[in-house]
Design a protein around this ligand. Structure first.
Ligand SMILES: Nc1ncnc2c1ncn2[C@@H]1O[C@H](COP(=O)(O)OP(=O)(O)OP(=O)(O)O)[C@@H](O)[C@H]1O
Ligand SMILES: [Mg+2]
Length: 370
């Protein structure tokens, strides 16, 4: 009995926070998405490409990395936020190719290159650096790099090319979208996954008829995580620290975050900390919300003063649970354009209805501005 209790205590003491937020999640931090995983796999098994869009922090990158790993095929992952020019794009693509394939395999496939890249080992990163002569024509460099990507991909192990934060393509260089599309549409034997957030240019790039990427691939919109799956995930992880309360606490967390993947993990993580290290049980969710909101008080204050009067009014209506489009105090057309603007900036999202994206900002508005 004594030993058993001692073992339990030691196990309890050594437990690590089972929630994670802010970066790509994998393994035990990843839940659900079964249908989405299957769907993406099917697209990857075909000759088609995938375009994945959702509001910020819904889990796009995590989902795509999971699919890529599960499929066991080679994949190249590049975040376009890290790319500063067309030349840099070519260099980064090559660098990723060198990570995936041996030099033996790649070198003879590069015989068509118009400019010879300088490839060097970087002892700081333990990786490879690729650079070009500054005078090289960047469009040609990109063509060469893209041609190599196509050549290294073989039918038995088709390469998947994942370009994250794809909307950045519009900022890197003028006309880069057109050039890339022209190259990509001629390529065979590989799959692209292009992902980005709804608030950004993503929707424009793939849905506007005049855009070079219009109808480029299968368009997929990612939703939040279903209630029951998220509930099970929370319940299981909270039970060791809140054995009696975990059912009610899991429901309370989801009611507040509305199943938003990132905020749910953030709130659950704070709840877990309070339960484990401060032994707070009663009102633990309220206390967690308070701590997180207090931490952001200054940011929220700064944000709030920047909104115009109409934006503030719309946010207040949403915080009260109302629909700004049916509010007698605001003309529908004015409310609609304000909502669109707030959505573009990422402060409002729409699932079943319009809602304030950040539940902690919502809490702050209710507390300080209503
Ligand atoms: N399948 C999942 N299971 C549990 N939590 C998840 C899952 N997917 C995402 N999350 C939570 O959401 C956070 C954001 O995930 P991720 O970075 O993959 O989203 P994203 O849509 O790519 O975000 P961004 O718009 O910032 O690029 C993760 O850190 C994690 O806390
Ligand atoms: Mg992402």
């Amino acid at each position: 009995m004594y030993l058993c209790e001692k073992f339990r205590n030691e196990k309890f003491r050594n437990m690590k926070n089972p929630f994670k937020f802010g970066t790509i999640v994998e393994d035990e931090f990843f839940t659900d998405r079964t249908n989405e995983l299957q769907y993406i796999q099917r697209v990857m098994d075909s000759e088609n490409h995938l375009v994945l869009i959702s509001p910020r922090r819904f889990g796009k990158s995590s989902l795509v990395v999971k699919v890529a790993k599960q499929m066991g095929r080679p994949y190249l992952f590049l975040n376009l936020q890290k790319v500063i020019s067309t030349q840099d794009l070519a260099a980064k693509l090559l660098k990723e190719v060198f990570k995936l394939y041996t030099w033996e395999k790649v070198k003879h496939l590069m015989s068509h290159f118009h400019f010879v890249p300088t490839i060097s080992a970087n002892p700081l990163t333990n990786g490879i650096d690729v650079s070009f002569q500054p005078s090289s024509d960047s469009n040609v460099l990109l063509e060469d790099a893209m041609a190599l990507i196509e050549k290294v991909s073989i039918p038995e192990r088709r390469l998947m090319v994942i370009l994250d934060e794809f909307q950045e393509i519009m900022q890197i260089d003028k006309g880069l979208d057109k050039q890339l599309r022209a190259i990509m549409q001629m390529q065979k034997g590989l799959n692209y996954i292009l992902l980005g957030s709804q608030e950004s240019m993503m929707t424009e790039i793939f849905e506007r008829k005049k855009s070079p990427f219009y109808h480029f691939g299968t368009l997929m919109y990612l939703n939040k995580i279903p209630y029951q799956d998220f509930y099970d995930y929370l319940y299981e992880r909270l039970s060791p620290v809140l054995p009696k309360e975990s059912e009610a606490v899991s429901n309370e967390i989801l009611a507040l975050t509305n199943c938003h993947p990132y905020y749910t993990q953030q709130l659950a993580s704070q709840v877990w900390e309070l339960a484990k290290y401060e032994d707070i049980r009663e009102g633990v969710v309220n206390e967690a919300v308070k701590r997180i909101t207090d931490n952001h008080d200054l940011d929220f204050e700064r944000l709030w003063v920047k909104f115009n009067r109409m934006d503030k009014q719309i946010l207040q209506i949403l915080c009260r649970g109302g629909n700004p489009l049916q509010n007698r105090g605001v003309a529908t057309s004015t409310a609609f354009s304000a909502i669109k603007r707030l959505m573009k900036m990422g402060y409002v999202i729409r699932s079943e209805k319009y809602e304030v994206e950040d539940p902690f900002f919502k809490h702050w508005i209710i507390d300080k501005q209503l």
